[in-house]
Design a protein around this ligand. Structure first.
Ligand code: GLY
Length: 222
């Protein structure tokens, strides 16, 4: 695992382009949040802004190899030096071609407490279907956190096994994910979590897709 200067040198050596990833839109979000924080104490809570969160992926290639990846800029307004779960193997992602792969999004501090991606892969290794593994791990961690401190941060996971079977689970409202296989064109699903912790999903409607895009592109009122 490479970090900081060493990681940067390695990236240059491998031909990665140096690029400022800060967009005008992200800057506008920043300015808005600064104003909100000055106006009300409640706004100091760390959470991603609407339209921004971790992107996670799990893949199975034609030779049966599995990979997992996450990309994030972490929680909005985080402390300098904070490392979230995303780059931490076992928490933000984990892949084992024999058992499966998983990727997480949500509150890094809580996701790391459960080594949640590793836990899902471990459960798949014991024979659980990805859906059951995701639900079991998410519900267990959510329950443990609530028992200990009365609340749990956002926890959402996707997973796939070497057979190409997949699953997703969450403890929040409004988690969405996409799947593409040789047989299935890219399809967005919305997850609903029942009272019993079981997660079901349905294909996102055209209307949902349009609203999603409109919300993400809407001008930011600063
Ligand atoms: N899951 C992203 C973070 O906590 O930074």
């Amino acid at each position: 695992m490479l970090v900081a200067e060493g990681a940067e040198k390695f990236a240059h050596k491998e031909g990665f382009e140096r690029k400022n990833m800060l967009t005008d839109r992200a800057k506008a979000h920043y300015r808005k949040r600064i104003k909100e924080m000055a106006a009300q104490a409640a706004a100091k809570e760390l959470k991603p802004y609407s339209g921004h969160d971790t992107v996670g992926m799990v893949c199975l290639d034609g030779k049966g190899k599995m990979t997992a990846a996450t990309s994030t800029s972490g929680l909005f307004m985080k402390k300098k030096g904070r490392v979230g779960d995303s780059p931490v193997s076992g928490s933000g992602f984990y892949a084992d071609s024999k058992k499966g792969a998983a990727s997480a999004t949500g509150l890094g501090e809580d996701l790391m407490k459960g080594c949640i991606s590793y836990e899902i892969v471990r459960l798949m290794g014991e024979g659980m279907h990805p859906q059951e593994a995701c639900e079991t791990a998410v519900n267990r961690l959510d329950g443990e956190l609530r028992e200990r401190r009365g609340e749990a941060g956002d926890i959402s996971l996707i997973a796939m096994n070497p057979k190409g079977e997949w699953g997703a689970a969450t403890n929040i409202e409004g988690f969405s994910f996409a799947v593409v296989t040789e047989e299935l064109e890219p399809t967005v699903y919305l997850v609903t979590r029942g009272e019993d912790g079981r997660c079901t999903y349905e294909k996102a409607s055209e209307e949902w897709m349009e609203t999603y895009m409109k919300t993400r592109m809407a001008p930011i009122e600063e």
